[in-house]
Design a protein around this ligand. Structure first.
Ligand SMILES: [Zn+2]
Ligand SMILES: [Zn+2]
Length: 363
C-alpha cells in the first residue's frame, strides 16, 4: 500500500510502497483509510522539534472502513466506519481502570513487541507508526483500542478531524476546563485545535469567547463559524492585552494556549483574571520550557497541562458525531483544502505557511 514516509527531519515526505503485516494479531484491526488530517504536531516531527525514530509514517487523525479484524476482536466488524485516534489505551493500567484512557501509562501494551514482525515495513526494515496510527497511508494496521466505531451517516472525510483537532479542542473547553455558562474565555491560536476550543466554549454557554491570533483570516473564521464573540490580532494591535482585559471585565476565567509556544503561556496568564485558569493545550517542542512570573501564582492563577482534551474515545467521539448530525457542531469550515496522498507535501507547506484551517488528505 502507498504511504507517505518521513526518513529524516526536514526531508520531504516520500510516497512509497510500504508493506503492512499480512497477519493480524488477535487484538488488531485493518482499516482502509478514508481521510487523514494534517496537524501541527505532525509538523513538529518533520521540523525535528519532536524527535522520533525514523523512518516513520506520520498522521494521527484518520478515518476509514474496517477491512479485517483479528480473532479476538468481537466489538468491531468488517465494514464498520471508524475514527482512528491517537488516544490508544491499554485498558488495564491504573489510569485506564479509572476511566482516563488519555492518561494511559502503558502504550507499549498496544504496540507489537520489538521481536515481532512490524506492522509496517519497507524493504524488510521496520517503518514506525507515529502515535500508533500512521495515518498518512492507504491502509492502517491498528490496535483495536485505536479505533471507535461511528454512525455511518457521518461523512467519513469530516470524521477524520474528530480524532485530534475536534476532540482536543472541544474536550479542552468542556471536559477539562469545564467552561460554564457566563464565563469569559480567551483562546490563543485559531488553528484546528483553537477553533474547536472556541466552538466548545461557545457551546458550553460562555458569555465571551475572545479569539486571539496573528491572522485576520483565521480570526474571521473563529467569529463567523466557531462561536467567538470577539477577535484580537496580536500582530496589529499593540494594546491587545489591555483590550482583552477590558472585554473580559478584568480578565478571563479560562485562557487557552492552543499553539505550543512557551511565550504564549505568559500572554495567557496576562489576560487571565485573579483566580482564573490557563490551559496549555498546544503541543510544545521537546526542548521547550515555560517560565512564568511567580506573581501570577500569588494572584491565584493556575497553569494546567492538557492532554488530548482528556478524551474518552468510546464516550466522546460518538457524542461529537451526534452533535454534528444534529447541526450543532461545525466541521465543514475547518477544512482548508482536500488533497490526494501524492500531493501531501503541499499540505505540509500549508502547515508551514499557517494558512487556512485543516488540510485533509482524502483517499
Ligand atoms: Zn494533532
Ligand atoms: Zn492504560
Amino acid at each position: 500500500m502507498r504511504a507517505a514516509v518521513l526518513t529524516a527531519p526536514h526531508a520531504p515526505l516520500v510516497i512509497d510502497d510500504v508493506e503492512t503485516a499480512a497477519t493480524l494479531r488477535p487484538n488488531e484491526v485493518r482499516v482502509r483509510t478514508a481521510a487523514v488530517g494534517l496537524c501541527h504536531s505532525d509538523l513538529h516531527v518533520i521540523d525535528g522539534l519532536v524527535a522520533r525514530p525514523m523512518p516513520v509514517v506520520l498522521g494521527h487523525e484518520a478515518s476509514g472502513t474496517v477491512a479485517e479484524v483479528g480473532s479476538g476482536v468481537t466489538d468491531v466488524s468488517v465494514g464498520d466506519h471508524v475514527v482512528a485516534c491517537f488516544v490508544v489505551y491499554c485498558g488495564q493500567c491504573r489510569m485506564c481502570r479509572a476511566g482516563r484512557p488519555a492518561m494511559c501509562q502503558d502504550r507499549t501494551a498496544t504496540m507489537r513487541g520489538v521481536d515481532d514482525e512490524p506492522r509496517l515495513s519497507l524493504g524488510g526494515r521496520e517503518v514506525h507508526q507515529w502515535t500508533n496510527i500512521a495515518g498518512f497511508a492507504e491502509e492502517l494496521v491498528l490496535h483495536r483500542n485505536a479505533v471507535t466505531v461511528i454512525d455511518e451517516r457521518m461523512p467519513l472525510d469530516l470524521a477524520a478531524m474528530l480524532g485530534c483537532a475536534v476532540a482536543t479542542g472541544v474536550g479542552s473547553a468542556q471536559t477539562v476546563a469545564r467552561v460554564a455558562p457566563g464565563d469569559h474565555v480567551v483562546v490563543i491560536g485559531c488553528g484546528g485545535v483553537g477553533l474547536n476550543v472556541s466552538q466548545g466554549a461557545a457551546l458550553a454557554g460562555a458569555a465571551t469567547v475572545i479569539a486571539v491570533d496573528r491572522s485576520d483570516e483565521k480570526l474571521a473564521l473563529a467569529r463567523e463559524r466557531f462561536g467567538a464573540t470577539h477577535a484580537v490580532n496580536t500582530a496589529s494591535d499593540p494594546d491587545a492585552v489591555a483590550r482583552i482585559l477590558e472585554l473580559t471585565d478584568g480578565g478571563a476565567d479560562h485562557s487557552f494556549e492552543a499553539v505550543g509556544l512557551p511565550g504564549l503561556v505568559g500572554l495567557a496568564l496576562d489576560v487571565t483574571a485573579r483566580g482564573g485558569s490557563v490551559w496549555a493545550v498546544g503541543v510544545f517542542g521537546d526542548a521547550a520550557e515555560v517560565t512564568i512570573p511567580a506573581a501570577h501564582l500569588h494572584a491565584g492563577k493556575g497553569v494546567h497541562g492538557v492532554r488530548a482534551g482528556s478524551l474518552v474515545p468510546a464516550r466522546d467521539l460518538p457524542a461529537l458525531v451526534a452533535s454534528y448530525l444534529d447541526g450543532r457542531l461545525e466541521l465543514e469550515a475547518l477544512v482548508g483544502r482536500r488533497l490526494p496522498l501524492e500531493r501531501i507535501n503541499e499540505g505540509v507547506a500549508d502547515l508551514h505557511a499557517g494558512t487556512g484551517a485543516r488540510t485533509l488528505v482524502v483517499f
